[in-house]
Design a protein. Structure first.
Length: 167
């Protein structure tokens, strides 16, 4: 709340109290003084309610802001974890490709096959012929002792689906 507004809100009750004192000194207790005193009390009561509501809203806003900040932190942590998991998974795939003694071209084809690309799509990406990609795929399946692309994908994806080992 702006300080000028708070000053204005504080000025009005101070003026009312001064005015009530002047009325009391000038004419004692009368109907006019009682009504002005009642109006001042009501104003102070409404002001107190307003200030309490303002504080509650400020607390809720701070809690919401903290919650949003915590959510943003969780997203960053989750994204970092996902990136690390992807790096670990790709490293594991590359290690297995090395164990199968795949050539660099076969490694590229194998990775794209696991990603689900067709032989024609792989040929387009690698700027090579479909027959060349088909031959690389056949070599991969033979070296890995697998029967096709589905078994190749399953070979790597099975580990992702397996339940975590108990510690």
């Amino acid at each position: 709340m702006p300080p000028k507004f708070l000053l204005l809100l504080a000025f009005f009750p101070a003026y009312q109290i001064w005015d009530l004192w002047q009325l009391h000194v000038a004419s004692g207790v009368n109907y006019h003084m009682v009504t002005e005193a009642a109006a001042t009390v009501v104003f102070l009561w409404i002001l107190a309610l307003f200030m309490r509501e303002r504080q509650r809203a400020a607390r809720e806003f701070a809690e919401l802001k903290n919650s949003a900040t915590a959510g943003e932190r969780a997203i960053v942590e989750r994204d970092a974890s996902a990136r690390q998991s992807t790096k670990d998974f790709l490293k594991q795939m590359q290690d297995q490709f090395d164990a199968w003694k795949l050539t660099p071209a076969e490694k590229d084809v194998a990775l794209l096959l696991v990603k689900g690309l067709s032989l024609e799509e792989i040929a387009g990406l690698r700027e090579s012929g479909a027959k060349t990609v088909r031959q690389h795929a056949a070599n991969i399946y033979a070296k890995a002792k697998l029967e096709g692309r589905h078994q190749l994908a399953a070979y790597f994806l099975e580990d992702l689906m397996a339940p975590a080992a108990a510690s």
